[in-house]
Write a protein that binds this ligand. Structure first.
Ligand code: SF4
Ligand code: SF4
Length: 377
């Protein structure tokens, strides 16, 4: 997962940025750990930006590290990728703007919100940068200092981690580690994030860190972000869901949405029918014990049917929960990271709902899924 960076004080051309040392950057620019980007929904929730979020509140304060160069990795779908043209400050992260604020101000606003009601969770996302580990620890401690009880996730950069850093993140106050696996197969990972994309990431090392973190943080306290729409089949995704679930690793689904000027800017989004079917299958696997053999695929690896009890399937759809955003829970175990506008823009159909869909929304979901009696018996 990526983020855009801002220079904050005046506009310095890209060539000049690159010449600044880390020391000069921290003195002249608004960078982490003293500054942090915040999702627009979270900024509205904390009163840092005006506005309203349609239909729901924002359960998680999503924060992102900020450096002038954006991210030194080069993932082919990401607005912060090293080789994406333009200044990092002009680039977006998951197609939306992430305004920049002082970390201490954000920490104080979180504390104020905690005093009024509660904040579901805070998440601090790293980018690939030589300062990212020290700054993640610093930023986690600042949040913890102001808001003693708020649950904190670290959306960490596996390539930068080792056992010691994982321990330090835990000691600083995070109880969950998120890892942007993003690709659901090794080949897609290599081509979009690894050497095939001139990026630093390695599939095996990502899994090594995921397993290390799961052993240290506990069952389902580590999650893998997985993107639907990077060229994988439904079968690849289903295999990933079973793999994670069997290893007590949470798996959170994200939706590919092409970012302008990235390598994948012209790649299509997956059809909504596909998204809905994968969401339903994932929920049945994780919550209803659906067996692997019950899911049928066509010759291209896309779901054609799920051989399960029709009543179970219909009741599961009626629950609405399969179609909600996947994300880390709050302190009571209820999903907190609902990311309004993370997978759709205002006015577009929801891909994942940041609230529980009911009534007309469920009717729409049924239409989009085009079950035609093929899913269940
Ligand atoms: S690691 Fe990849 S996906 Fe994450 S911020 Fe960097 S370029 Fe983007
Ligand atoms: S799902 Fe968890 S790790 Fe991922 S962005 Fe949300 S809070 Fe952070």
């Amino acid at each position: 997962m990526p983020v855009a960076a801002s220079l904050g004080k005046g506009r310095i051309m890209e060539t000049e940025q690159i010449k600044l040392s880390s020391q000069e950057q921290s003195e002249l620019l608004n960078i982490s750990p003293d500054y942090v980007r915040i999702s627009m929904a979270a900024a509205i929730e904390l009163g840092l930006k005006p506005g309203r979020i349609h239909g729901c509140g924002c359960g998680c304060i999503n924060l992102l590290q900020n450096y002038p160069e954006g991210c030194f990795a080069n993932c082919s779908y990401c607005g912060l990728a090293r080789e994406r043209p333009g200044l990092a400050e002009d680039n977006s992260f998951i197609r939306v703007d992430w305004p920049l604020f002082s970390t201490d101000l954000v920490a104080k606003k979180i504390a104020e919100k905690e005093a009024e009601s509660t904040v579901g969770r805070v998440c601090i996302a790293q980018v690939q940068d030589h300062r990212a580990n020290d700054d993640l620890l610093d930023m986690t401690r600042r949040i913890r200092k102001h808001a003693e009880k708020v649950p904190i996730s670290a959306l960490a950069m596996a390539t930068l981690l080792d056992k010691n850093i994982l321990k330090e993140i835990k000691t600083a106050g995070a109880d969950i580690i998120g890892i942007g696996m993003d690709a659901s197969t090794e080949e897609i990972f290599y081509n979009t994030r690894g050497k095939g994309a001139k990026g630093p990431h390695d599939w095996d090392y990502h899994w090594e860190i995921v397993h290390m973190a799961r052993d240290m943080y506990g069952s389902f306290k580590v999650n893998c972000h997985i993107i639907i729409g990077l060229g994988e089949t439904d079968e690849d995704l289903i295999d990933m869901f079973y793999k994670c679930f069997s290893q007590k690793i949470a798996c959170y689904l994200f939706s590919f949405n092409p970012e302008p000027s990235t390598v994948l800017e012209n790649a299509p989004r997956q059809p909504i029918k596909r998204h809905r079917r994968v969401q339903l299958a994932k929920y049945l696997i994780e919550e209803k014990g659906l067996k692997r053999g019950a899911i049928q695929f066509d010759e291209n690896g896309f779901i054609t049917s799920i051989n399960s009890n029709e009543i179970t399937i219909q009741n599961t759809i009626n629950e609405g929960l399969p179609f909600m955003t996947n994300g880390c829970p709050d302190r009571d175990g209820v999903m907190a990271c609902n990311r309004p506008y993370g997978s759709y823009r205002p006015g577009e159909d929801f891909r994942d709902y940041p609230f529980k869909p009911t009534g007309d929304e469920l009717n729409l979901i049924r239409e989009q899924m085009q079950l035609n009696g093929n899913m269940g018996n």
